[in-house]
Design a protein around this ligand. Sequence first.
Ligand code: TYC
Length: 106
Amino acid sequence: MATNEENDNGTALITKEQKEAVKPPSMYQVLLLNDDYTPMEFVVAIIQEYFNKDRENATQIMLKVHRDGKGLCGVYPKDIASTKVELVLTHARKAGHPLQCVMEEA
Ligand code: TYC
């Protein structure tokens, strides 16, 4: 059947390309990982600056990372998640801290 030709019941088939065009983008979690050297205050400032959290919320996330080894900072489309990881790593390295930031498909 040709693209979008109508069936008897009034419905139409759509191509695979059309389906993909309307699919929502895959989302990615951006996580911070714990280490023994990065100062807590630096991590709180990073979470506030790059993940738009207030100081209280950023402190909770930092403490979760400190206790559990990792913590969720936000969920974004792939290109935004990737940019945030790069910005955080660049900022941390410039400041001389070993902070690790990763992304995972949500
Ligand atoms: N564990 C660090 C300390 O005791 C604090 C820390 C928290 C480091 C979160 C990294 O992603 C991190 N100074």
